[in-house]
Design a protein around this ligand. Structure first.
Ligand SMILES: [Zn+2]
Length: 397
């Protein structure tokens, strides 16, 4: 019995040791202080709208790895449900694996959910050829989260922070400093994280809202709850990715993927924000830094607002109630202050501090030596005692 307990403990300790090995890739950064958006011009993601609107979900799981930690349904079953709700681009984003483009889809973007850790520190990665298989399975500091984002970010892909408010996810401090990502899952069935999106925006991070089901099955009420509308000039993957990077999309929480309204135009002229929708909405709410409400209009399809100097960004929330669906709420991306109308993605820099990085890794090496020493002591105690007795030398172990 004692022997079995020792073997199990040995396996657990061995796995722990293996799980800590990726931490040798930790980078320690010097983060500059984040600066809010500033300047007299505005970046308006909707300034020029293309002819297409694409309804997309970036976050859904199908059966994989014998049903472990993924979905209950096959890709065909997942696609059938989204097709029935007229989605153009329902992505399957299984954990750390990409579902190939072999299902005769009209539109396809590769997607996967990255992250192998108990704290649900996850990212959705769109348009990668292969998943990046690099994980910190246990605790992650701001530096680890930044390391993971930099390991994954490329010029061709889109990185979405998944359900930031879920479990340990991403904290207010993380979102003030993190860079190297494109979008923010502000709404999902798993967590509403709009308050944290405002934290990132208020610290000068031009990251765009995304809304997704995070569906793990096709049961009623699981699919079609949160979605994205992407505006595009053409339906090629390159055009979709380009428009997502530019923020030419918005996110909705509603019911069975039913759009209740549509963006007609959004302009900023001489500091005046003007939004026009297709239909009158119950309410249009404009929000600025920290999520503070700066203007409200009810029972109308338009709103105008003169942006004062203290607003570094302005974004709209469009609210519609219907008896059949409780409510539909659409989140538009913000217009953002810039010096010249050009977008700069992040209001701070993250430079690797080589000295602190090697010091951190050296500390980890010491920890591992101590850890292995303790295991050796624990397991070899009896053997060492016998050796000590053999040479007739009394040692208290
Ligand atoms: Zn997740």
């Amino acid at each position: 019995m004692k022997k079995i307990a020792k073997i199990i403990l040995g396996i657990v300790l061995g796995l722990f040791l293996l799980g800590t090995l990726p931490y040798y890739q930790t980078r320690i950064y010097d983060f500059s202080e984040p600066q809010p958006f500033s300047g007299d011009a505005f970046y308006n993601p909707y300034q020029k709208l293309g002819p297409h609107w694409v309804k997309a979900n970036f976050h859904a799981h199908s059966i994989l790895h014998f049903g472990l930690a993924n979905g209950d349904n096959t890709p065909e079953e997942m696609y059938a449900v989204y097709d029935s709700m007229n989605y153009d681009l329902p992505c399957i984003s299984n954990y750390n694996s990409i579902l190939p483009d072999t299902y005769n889809r009209k539109l396809y973007l590769s997607a996967y959910e990255h992250g192998f850790n108990g704290g649900a520190i996850h990212q959705l990665v769109l348009n990668n050829k292969e998943p990046v298989k690099f994980y910190f399975p246990f605790w992650q500091s701001l530096h680890h989260k930044q390391t993971v984002l930099e390991q994954q970010k490329s010029t061709d892909n889109i990185i979405v922070l998944a359900h930031p408010n879920y479990k340990t996810g991403y904290s207010v401090n993380d979102l003030a400093y993190l860079s190297h990502y494109d979008m923010f899952e502000g709404i999902s069935a798993r967590a509403s994280s709009i308050n944290l999106w405002d934290v990132a925006l208020s610290h000068g991070h031009a990251v765009w809202v995304s809304g997704n089901d995070d569906a793990h099955n096709t049961r009623f009420g699981v699919c079609g709850v949160c979605w994205n509308m992407i505006n595009a000039d053409s339906l090629s993957p390159e055009s979709l990715i380009d428009n997502l990077k530019k923020g030419r999309s918005y996110a909705t929480r509603g019911w069975i993927g039913q759009e209740m309204n549509q963006l007609v135009s959004l302009s900023v002229d001489s500091n005046v924000y003007s939004l026009v929708l297709k239909h009158a909405s119950d309410s249009i709410i404009l929000k600025s830094d920290g999520g503070k409400i700066v203007a409200v209009a009810t029972q109308t399809n338009r709103i105008s607002y003169t942006i004062p100097a203290e607003d570094s960004y302005v974004r709209a929330e469009i609210f519609d109630t219907e008896s059949w669906n409780t409510y539909t709420k659409t989140y538009l991306n913000p217009v953002i202050r810039t010096p010249n109308g050009q977008l700069s993605k992040h209001g701070n820099t993250a430079e690797v501090n080589r000295f602190k990085t090697y010091a951190w890794r050296g500390g980890l090496l010491l920890f591992h030596l101590l850890f292995i020493g303790l295991i050796y002591y624990f397991y070899k105690k009896n053997a060492l005692r016998r050796i000590a007795q053999k040479i007739n030398f009394k040692i208290i172990w």
